[in-house]
Design a protein around this ligand. Sequence first.
Ligand SMILES: NC(=O)c1ccc[n+]([C@@H]2O[C@H](COP(=O)([O-])OP(=O)(O)OC[C@H]3O[C@@H](n4cnc5c(N)ncnc54)[C@H](O)[C@@H]3O)[C@@H](O)[C@H]2O)c1
Length: 250
Amino acid sequence: MFLKDKKIVVMGVANSRSIAWGCAKALKAQGATLVYTYQNERMEKQLAKLAEPEDMLVECDVSNDESIRRTFSTIETRFGKIDGLVHAIAYSKKEELTGDISNVSRDGYGLAQDVSAFSLLAVSKAVKPLLNKGAGIVTLTYMGSERAIPNYNVMGIAKAALEASVRYLAVEFGKIGVHVNAISAGAIKTLAVSGVDGYKGLIRESDSRTVDGEGITIEEIGEVAAFLVSPLAAGVIGDIIYVDKGVHLT
Ligand SMILES: NC(=O)c1ccc[n+]([C@@H]2O[C@H](COP(=O)([O-])OP(=O)(O)OC[C@H]3O[C@@H](n4cnc5c(N)ncnc54)[C@H](O)[C@@H]3O)[C@@H](O)[C@H]2O)c1
């Protein structure tokens, strides 16, 4: 129970397949008290089915500054200080996740960057005054930041920006005793991934390249996220930790 008495914000549960849900389960198992943020009313309905009565649920649309401000003001009023944050949020228009990257539209590029990369900076700024010393921030990235994965396209570029953001934030937040890192997760069928053209092939290929031929699970990713937000990971600064059962090696 290395997160007993710790309050952690979990952003990005859409349903029981979400990586954020795997994180939430692992955080709870280690004794954490959770605050979930959800994008909109539709996500709230899904989340309400999964959350427990003691959990706090707050709306947060990360593409809207006022929504972010309101969310963390509500969290502060209710909890005061908090001990960590999991950012498991990404979005791109479906039409940008297919074909040639040079066809990307200015709007589609901007939107993917805004929701998938800038949001980590915006949320980190909002949560900064609320963080206890020893707190951790963790975000979710994918190997498409480093390699040209078919159709991942604009999201790969957004993930590269997200990973660079992790390193800059890690230096800034390290000064106040807060560690910032990312998990580079293996491919899993979720709502977000189903926007990528040919995602079934991507997941099949990924599963076949794990060390034991079994796909990575949201629970396995969640366990690492629980460690990374905890004070146990205080010495891990600005790293991108692969949790993909070896796919990146092969
Ligand atoms: N599924 C994979 O294969 C995989 C692999 C590596 C990394 N990731 C990353 O993991 C993270 C979680 O994705 P997932 O695969 O669990 O999918 P998911 O669809 O379950 O989660 C994505 C979440 O982003 C939220 N979101 C989108 N736009 C938002 C906005 N404007 N404001 C607030 N929230 C918003 C959605 O509501 C949803 O909860 C993402 O960053 C994704 O890129 C996924």
